[in-house]
Design a binder for this molecule. Sequence first.
Ligand SMILES: *Cc1c(COP(=O)(O)O)cnc(C)c1O
Length: 335
Amino acid sequence: MIDLRSDTVTRPTPQMRRAMAEAEVGDDVFGEDPTVRALEEETAALLGKEAALYVPSGHMANQLGLYVSVRSGDEVWAHEHHHLVGDEQGATAVLARALPRLHSETPAPSDALLESWISGRGDIHRAEPALVWLENTFTGRVVPLADQRRVTGFAHRHGLRAHLDGARLWNAAAALEASPAQVAEGFDTVSVCFSKGLGAPVGSALAGDADSITRARRARKMLGAGMRQAGVIAAGALYALRHHRERVSEDHRRAAALADRIGEAPGITARAQTSMVLLETPQGTGERFLAALAGHGVRALSIGPDTVRLVMHLEITDRDADEAARAVAKAAAEL
Ligand SMILES: *Cc1c(COP(=O)(O)O)cnc(C)c1O
């Protein structure tokens, strides 16, 4: 089976396992795990922020980013399809107790929307806006840096904070030919995943100014995620950060080639900007298509009624991508 459901299905490489086995460790709740510290320092430096915090998941990195920027009842402005909104249960309401105010503008909210939403501020009926949320990449698509600057600039002019959900920031940076720090620029907090395109087994980070990260560290402990000899897993993330950032552009190249070839199959449209190929199948055929594809040895994920995603990752070779293209053509012919 060629598993293209997600870039989270990768297993650690032999070199990564060696780094994990040999990691120097200590009690990280006492701040004494040198590998975790190295990971946090290198992540912060790469993202151009003062500090970073290693956490078990991107979900937690996002929730801590939210928690340090809002008070209970404050508004967070987000897209209706952001991970924060649709994929973190109701954590936004349960933990930070924030009120999501949702738009549907891509790749980022327009000036007109931002202006209209800020204009009611101060009205006694309204919740207080506190945070603007962006995601890059956003469902495999890249948000241009100019749009990010426009939105973070607006936020800061109005005293709001800005968070970037950068679970796949490494992919955004590669696609934009920018450094991670350039992609993270202008955001008060940024979450990144080591367990996606980079192929680490566990973990994500929240980066930001020192004060925000100190508060996030306390909140992580409050949630019960103070980890002891976490260097064992952090070593996998550190290895991935040092050695696998360059290779995400290979995933992009394979995704683009796959999308091109799929475009030749009748009835199916495909597009890819980064590592994710998004397929539209004829109306009402999404589930059947997935089953047919599995019958030809490829696992994919349904992300809408007739939208299927195929994600390239560390374990996918040119030959796998080639085989996936043939499987898609066969599955399409069976619809
Ligand atoms: C995967 C993902 C997350 C969450 O990461 P987990 O480690 O799975 O909790 C957050 N945001 C986006 C955009 C993601 O794709």
